[in-house]
Design a protein around this ligand. Structure first.
Ligand SMILES: *Cc1c(COP(=O)(O)O)cnc(C)c1O
Length: 359
């Protein structure tokens, strides 16, 4: 009496991946990035699973941070994009939320705020991503303002973010590191550069703090083979099962728009998973899934609640056969490459409809 579709989340794999991030950068503290509901895995459950390991968390906005506070998570939480409106500053100070400062208006807002206690600030330097961050030539002035303010705790951390750290043969990461250090106000100022890709592939970027996101969820962000990929285990499996099976004769079509037509007598399995669950509608014929652990292609158009799969070449498929759309034995990155996106988007976009089962 239950729709068989669900997201399975392996919290032991999450812990192992976190520990791998720490092993790759033993001199650094590793912040666990759990923005966007922990990349679709459930932020509260993931924070609880990491609470004895991670010294701090990172999220995208204060709403995400307060959700964690309400669930009893007491570690520092960094707002990676800082504040969006200045009324957030007092709440952040009260709730021990750390604030990234990435635009000059945020400096003025913090300095001018009426606070009961000071707030912990990170400043972001724009070293070439050109999305957020303070321009290097304005840093001395803006930093001096923050350091002179009673609203700001001592020990400001200087951060930056990489544009191309996932591309192993792209030299831009080295250029960003060099620019960063040439503008770091003092060599002993605590700093933070590395995201997952840089933790894994650019050890020269490791700082006092690293910021591990995607890698915690067990897929590699890197664009090529690398030894550091070997320590990762996928945390999410997207699962369902076969709800109908039928034979289709040569020339007959399957699904909306009759997009796919049988070239041979075929056996089609219908599975309870669709775009309303978050599986991308533009996944086309040929995108792989696992049925009973064997690979088979999606055929025809993804519907709101269902997907059709050509199982003609498989044996043993029956009603109730388990189907995995990505997970341990079928990497989300590989599936994403068929769909014209990246694993980050696939795991993060899964909506609220599917129940999550934590193991
Ligand atoms: C999301 C984010 C990260 C984590 O990036 P991953 O590639 O997922 O490791 C790190 N730093 C900032 C500022 C971010 O916004």
């Amino acid at each position: 009496m239950t729709r068989p579709s669900h997201i399975q989340v392996n919290l032991q794999a999450l812990r192992n991946n976190y520990q791998w991030a720490c092993e790759l950068a033993p001199q650094s503290k590793t912040m666990a990035i759990i923005k966007a509901d922990a990349y679709g895995h459930g932020a509260v459950a993931c924070a609880r699973a990491l609470d004895d390991l991670a010294p701090a968390y990172g999220v995208a906005c204060i709403e995400e941070a307060l959700q964690l506070r309400q669930a009893g998570i007491n570690k520092p939480i960094l707002l990676l994009e800082g504040i969006f409106t200045d009324d957030e500053i007092a709440t952040a100070a009260e709730q021990d939320l750390w604030m990234m400062v990435e635009d000059p208006w945020q400096v003025d807002a913090i300095v001018n705020a009426k606070l009961q206690q000071p707030v912990q600030v990170w400043t972001k330097m724009d070293t070439g991503m050109h999305r957020l961050g303070l321009a290097p030539f304005r840093l001395p002035e803006l930093l001096a303002k923050l350091q002179a303010s009673p609203n700001v705790c001592n020990g400001i951390v200087m951060a930056s973010h990489f544009a191309c750290a996932d591309e192993l043969s792209n030299d831009f990461t080295r250029q960003q590191i060099a620019l960063f250090h040439s503008h770091l106000p003092s060599p002993d100022m605590p700093f933070s550069l590395a995201n997952s890709a840089a933790i894994m592939a650019w050890p020269e970027s490791h700082g006092h703090w690293n910021r591990a996101g995607f890698m915690l969820y067990g897929n590699t962000p890197l664009d090529a083979e690398h030894d550091s990929n070997l320590g990762l285990t996928p945390v999410m499996s997207l699962n369902s099962s076969v709800i109908s099976l039928r034979q289709v004769a040569v020339g007959e079509a399957v699904g909306y728009g009759q997009l796919w037509k049988a070239q041979r007598p075929s056996i089609i399995a219908t599975v309870a998973m669709g775009y309303a669950d978050g599986y991308p509608r533009h996944a086309s014929t040929g995108t792989p899934v696992l049925i009973n652990g064997q690979r088979a292609p999606i055929i025809g158009r993804v519907s709101m609640d269902m997907i059709t799969i050509d199982v003609t070449d498989l044996s043993g498929v029956c009603l109730g056969s388990p189907v995995c759309f990505w997970g341990h034995d079928l990497n989300a990155n590989e599936v994403a490459s068929h769909i014209g996106t990246i694993g980050y988007e696939l795991i993060t976009r899964m909506g609220q409809r599917l129940p999550k089962i934590y193991v």
